[in-house]
Design a protein around this ligand. Structure first.
Ligand code: XIL
Length: 964
């Protein structure tokens, strides 16, 4: 009998189109409950319509709502035009009905919305003579009073009516401008009459009426950098004024193609850093020419993100239930279709760690058994079965002539009970040998075999446009290999190993006739095939596609062995004479089922070169670790004999000459300064055996020894900067180290943080090197267990110590790290020119600092301030030192109006001038970031890993990065 069917599945005839025929209609009760799945993460809500003129989804979808959601929002019925259509006439019946429904089904209710420029009756804005106040040339105090009164009355009545039945309110909706120039939306009647004040008036009133309610500011696009910056500014202002605002509602009207997950993530962090709760209040994801599967993928990524931040995200509301009732119905943006059936997007949310179809298979079945006439005999979910059990489904194996197997699933028949004996594997087939197998098989299993795209980032060759060919396997669906010469074309991928292929996908998006996203178009590649090879010389066709118009082609493969694969295109589009082909992504999948250990001839183990990857500070690293894993902060005092005195002279104990210092020098009494030091967990002052690296971390012009600590943020009352250190140490990424937070002004008035070039405190920034060298470092190294020992002046001692010290600073401190460590200018315009008043540039260059290369091998400058010396000067400073700078790390936000220019000029020409005396030179530009801790925390995290990381780094290289 053996040999009648092969052990690897028999012929696979067709599975064209992404979605199989497998699922039948599902009853609501058969579906997993989303509210149940997410109950430990956040509330899951839906917007409903209740009013007579609408679709009334509250009634039509009541079963669906109660099954999947534990929060409701009225799509329209709580807006001002619904609740108070005429002065003093209130309508609450619709909303009350929703609240009754919610209470009956254990759901919360969000109130949407009290103050908005839309759906608000004009009577709010009319004066006594019925004129629209916001159109008047002069708005009187009386007008304003009247409008404030109505605003407060409205809030009082509406918030008062609902009381605690509404736990959260979108108090103000969409107040921020979409365009630059102003924070606030200019066309809002509220703004035109009351200016920005209306916002706080509304929040204060709402809080007064119901102090239990959580009050939200709600808006769209506030997860994109530009509008986010305006929103943050507004929120910060409100919070600073003590306005009772508790959360931000990110509406979440997204689309498949314009959703930047990294920006949304960044936004969540930034809002959370203000101490605000975050809710996604109106989520929908428009399809815009994309497929339902791509939409599902987007939903999956978004929910993965929400789960990651479930400590700050308390609710996610979908703006509707079914596509046909959506306010964006043309874009089918929701989880359920017009028949209330779950879409791939729904299934994607059931378990975001698995593909949507694997989730669906768990509930609706993974294998359908078909008769010879193609009729469905029965369906099974993944699991283990005995053949006899099929009869309980109402059919026998003998009758089965075809199988419809869900993607990435495999059905295996075994010659013995309990999955033992000989095995026969199948994927989808319409020539299934049911009769023969019935005599042989005793048990079967259906498994999900998670497959991975093994073409990703593998070496490619192409017949044309080879330099762009890698774009087809780079995992980025926005970049393409796009030849346009005469066909045929081919693109070949070396899989670098032998695999059994189960599936392949070609993404052709963007080739619609109008350049937009069109899922189905004659401009999509028409005729192409997948070929495989063992030697890249002889090729076999494995799948041949003709007359294709779909933007995504997906084909099953019958566990095809391959080492090389090739996309072979004979007709780039079905429009004659159009030779433009767009292949955004070519993917092939393997199941890992029988991974071959065979190595192709000439294969060599890839050279392992570890690199510290420059990346976002992981969110977890901001969090507080258990006490035992936390380091501690100590404040210490130390004597300083090197500082600027009242007469702008340098006080020094070294007998320095005026020429070298660039000003008169005198002897004088030491002053006492304070600094902080971070001591890592387990630090024991008595244990002289255990030594530590040390980082000196400098602050900015308005800052002090507190700046890094307080400015980096707090999490549960611990400083983020300390949490980052604790986490880096706990994870074993870096060696434990000490971090010193000094005060950067070496001046008698060092405690004065004012920015005033006429004062001496600012000048003190440019003379910090003397204090550091002669006062601070000797003190630290005498009193803490550092590897470095400044008293050892032997050549070996100096070489050893400098490898265990690092220096970095933000803004003015970044300037200090550059000018003073590498040897740049000192500045003091006021003293040197004798100029009165505040000169244009504040300060002017004087002598060069002598540099501290003998003390530090690692230097970091984060958003280095203006008056940083030019790159040529700094580079010469490096080149002229007998010591090599192993690492110079510079970073800046490209939206930083204060430092971007000085960052550029300090970096320009530096490498050329420094030559080999500089090891690695990192220049990391962060897109859309300003002069703030999002850049400095990032810089700190990456710099410290480069200096004291445990990863062996490759030979130093220059890294130029622009990061989102
Ligand atoms: C929409 C409703 O869904 C529609 O029925 C209505 O016609 C217009 O308003 N941002 C908001 C929501 O804050 O109130 C809007 O709701 C969608 C955009």
């Amino acid at each position: 009998m053996k040999g009648k069917f092969t052990t690897i599945a028999a012929l696979l005839l067709l599975l064209i189109g992404a979605v199989g025929t497998l699922p039948a209609r599902a009853q609501v009760s058969e579906l997993p409950s989303l509210r149940e799945i997410y109950k430990d993460c956040f509330d899951l809500g839906a917007a409903v319509s209740i009013a007579g003129w609408s679709d009334q989804t509250l009634d039509k979808h009541s079963e669906l709502l109660a099954h999947h959601f534990n929060s409701l929002t009225a799509g329209n019925e709580m807006k001002p035009d619904a609740t108070q259509p005429w002065p003093g006439t209130f309508r609450f019946a619709d909303a009350d009905r929703m609240i009754a429904f919610a209470q009956e089904h254990g759901m919360k209710v969000r109130g949407h919305t009290l103050v908005w420029h839309n759906q608000t009756p004009q009577w709010f804005f009319r004066d006594g003579s019925n004129q629209l106040i916001y159109e008047k040339e002069t708005i009187t105090a009386e007008d304003r009073q009247a409008v404030i009164h109505r605003l407060e009355q409205h809030i009082e009545a509406v918030v008062g009516h609902f009381g605690d039945a509404v736990y959260a309110w979108d108090v103000v909706n969409e107040a921020v401008s979409d365009t630059g120039g102003s924070i606030y939306r200019q066309d809002s009647p509220w703004y035109r009459i009351l200016g920005e004040d209306y916002i706080k008036i509304a929040f204060r009133k709402a809080h007064e009426v119901n102090p239990n309610a959580k009050l939200f500011y709600n808006d769209y696009y506030i997860d994109a950098p530009a509008k986010r910056a305006r929103t943050l500014e507004m929120l910060q202002k409100l919070l600073a004024e003590g306005v009772p605002i508790h959360g931000v509602g990110i509406q979440g009207h997204w689309s498949v193609n314009d959703t930047r997950i990294s920006e949304i993530e960044q936004s969540i962090r930034m809002y959370a850093e203000l101490g605000l709760e975050i809710q996604i209040t109106e989520m929908d994801v428009g399809m815009q020419g994309f497929t339902e599967e791509e939409q599902a993928e987007r939903y999956r990524e978004l929910f993965q993100l929400f789960k990651k931040y479930s400590d700050v995200i308390t609710s996610v509301t979908l703006w509707g239930t079914t596509d046909d009732t959506s306010w964006r119905r043309d874009e089918s943006p929701l989880l359920f279709d017009a028949n209330q059936q779950p879409k791939p997007a729904f299934w994607a949310l059931v378990d975001t760690e698995k593909p949507w179809y694997a989730n669906r298979a768990e509930y609706l079945g993974a294998v359908a058994f078909l008769s010879s006439s193609g009729q469905r005999l029965g369906v099974l979910r993944p699991g283990e079965y005995s053949i006899a059990e099929l009869e309980t489904l109402g059919f026998t194996l003998e009758e089965v002539a075809g199988l419809d197997v869900e993607r990435e699933h495999l059905i295996t028949f075994y010659s013995q009970e309990d999955l033992r004996g000989e095995a026969w594997h199948f994927t989808t087939t319409d020539s299934f040998p049911g009769r023969a197998l019935a005599a042989e098989a005793k048990s079967l299993s259906i498994r999900f075999l998670e497959s991975k795209n093994i073409a990703l980032n593998k070496p490619v060759r192409a017949s044309v446009l080879e330099d762009r060919a890698a774009r087809a396997v780079d995992g980025d669906g926005l970049t393409s290999w796009s030849p346009s010469a005469g066909p045929p074309y081919w693109l070949e991928v070396d899989l670098q190993g032998n695999f059994l292929l189960s599936r392949w996908v070609v993404r052709l998006h963007g080739s619609g006739p109008l350049g937009g996203q069109v899922a189905e178009s004659p401009f999509n590649a028409a005729d192409f095939r997948l070929q495989v090879s063992d030697d890249a010389i002889t090729w076999r066709d494995e799948d041949v596609v003709e007359g294709n118009t779909a933007s995504v082609y997906e084909g099953s493969l019958d566990l095809v062995p391959a080492r090389f694969i090739r996309l072979y295109v004979t007709r780039p589009t079905s429009v004659e004479l159009n030779y433009s082909l767009y292949v955004y992504e070519l993917e092939v999948y393997e199941t890992g089922l029988e991974e071959s250990s065979a190595k192709a001839p000439g294969d060599q183990a890839a050279e392992v070169v570890s690199m510290v990857e420059i990346k976002q500070l992981p969110y977890e690293y901001r969090q507080t670790l258990p006490k035992k894993q936390r380091g501690r902060l100590e404040e210490f005092s130390y004597p300083v004999s090197h500082y600027i005195d009242r007469e702008r002279q340098l006080v020094t104990a070294q007998g320095l000459k005026a020429k070298e210092a660039g000003r008169e020098t005198v002897e004088g009494e030491p002053i006492t300064k304070q600094a902080y030091i971070y001591l890592p967990p387990g630090y024991d002052p008595e244990d002289q055996e255990t030594k530590y690296n040390v980082l000196y971390l400098l602050h900015g012009v308005g800052g002090s020894r507190y700046e890094w600590l307080r400015g980096s943020g707090t999490a549960h009352d611990t400083y983020v900067i300390c949490n980052v250190l604790d986490n880096l140490i706990a994870s074993g990424e870096i060696e434990p180290l000490l971090v010193v937070f000094p005060e950067g002004r070496s001046a008698h008035d060092w405690t004065d943080t004012a920015f005033n070039p006429q004062k001496t405190n600012l000048l003190g920034f440019y003379y910090f090197d003397y204090e550091l060298r002669h006062d601070l470092i000797p003190f630290v190294e005498a009193n803490f267990n550092t590897y470095a020992d400044i008293t050892d002046t032997s050549p070996e001692g100096i070489a050893f110590s400098r490898e265990h010290r690092a220096i970095a600073g933000l803004s003015m401190g970044g300037m200090q790290a550059l000018n003073l460590t590498l040897g740049g200018h000192r500045h003091d315009f006021a003293a040197f020119t004798g100029a009165a008043g505040d000169p244009q540039n504040g300060l002017a260059p004087t002598v060069l600092a002598q540099g501290m290369q003998d003390l530090f091998a690692y230097v970091g400058a984060f958003s280095n301030a203006p008056t940083s010396s030019p790159g040529t000067v700094l580079g010469q400073g490096i080149a002229s030192s007998p010591h090599r700078i192993e690492l110079l790390y510079m970073t800046c936000g490209d939206a930083d109006a204060i430092a971007m220019q000085s960052y550029r000029s300090a970096a320009d020409g530096l490498r050329e001038a420094a030559g080999d005396n500089l090891g690695a030179f990192y220049q990391v530009v962060l897109k859309g970031r300003g002069h703030d801790f999002s850049v400095w925390n990032h810089g700190f995290y990456n710099f410290i890993r480069l200096c004291f990381g445990k990863v062996e780094t490759a030979e130093p290289v220059d890294i130029l990065l622009t990061l989102d």
